[in-house]
Design a protein around this ligand. Sequence first.
Ligand code: NDP
Length: 280
Amino acid sequence: MARFNDKVAIITGSSNGIGQATAVLLASEGAKVTITGRNSDRLGETKKLILNAGVPEGNINVVIGDITQESVQEVLIKTTLEKFGKIDILVNNAGAGIPDAQGKSGVNQSIDTYHKTFELNVQSVIEMTQKARPHLAKSHGEIVNISSIGAGPAAQVANPYYSIAKAALDQYTRTAAIDLAPEDIRVNSVSPGAVATGFSTVCRGLDEQKSKAMYDYLGSQRECIPRGYCAGPEDIAKVIAFLADRNASNYIIGQTIVADGGTSLILGAHAHGSRMIEAI
Ligand code: NDP
């Protein structure tokens, strides 16, 4: 029997990148999935990938919209229940580093950037959790939040609000996990390092070619990614699936699994280790 047979999952931000790979993986392993994002063409691409994996069309529910809008969150819950009758898994994946409208970085970024970043990366997760809670309590379900190694402890000057939003999300994951444990809802999260997705297009304004070049360069620098390559979205989807699978991860509560190819274990001093010895 497939791992997610009879399970119903909502995966936010599934029109691209990590969310898309997660939707394809869960659906191809038996889950009925609600996929969602603002871009209808890319959402159509996700649907096509799921169908190409041999999944029947009736196992896919598509909702186009902005996850920060309460009306869209309500449609996600309502249509999932109407179409599939329950919710077992909520993957809060939609997120982005919102570029500052005036191109500023560090402490000079605007408060408007701060609000938009928190609305997407924290508030929408809180709202989706609240809305899904009664249904997940009925099904004894799972929540998987997607955070980032940007949450710390290393400083992140280029996109400070993104990283503090993800740090807030990590604490929300721990808090929600303990609050919801008595209802038999498990909450955990995944913290990826660099993953080759549309993220750098949104966050850094790079076109696809430059974005690919950046990920290739990063992956080739062992002091950036000791694993030796930049993750693909499928690498992270597998970790999300592990946390969404009660059989596999039943005793893990409120934890963040770091999936960064070793990036967060390297300090600047380590990267220059051999050269420091040569210098003395
Ligand atoms: P992508 O840009 O490839 O995908 C982001 C997804 O989120 C898209 O489907 C996008 O859909 C959706 N999204 C963004 N804003 C909204 C919104 N307002 N309403 C609805 N959907 C929205 O990036 P990733 O796959 O890389 O990002 C997925 C998660 O992983 C994010 O939470 C990100 O912070 C996290 N992450 C990514 C890393 C990386 O290096 N890629 C590293 C660490 C964490 P659409 O545009 O159609 O609305």
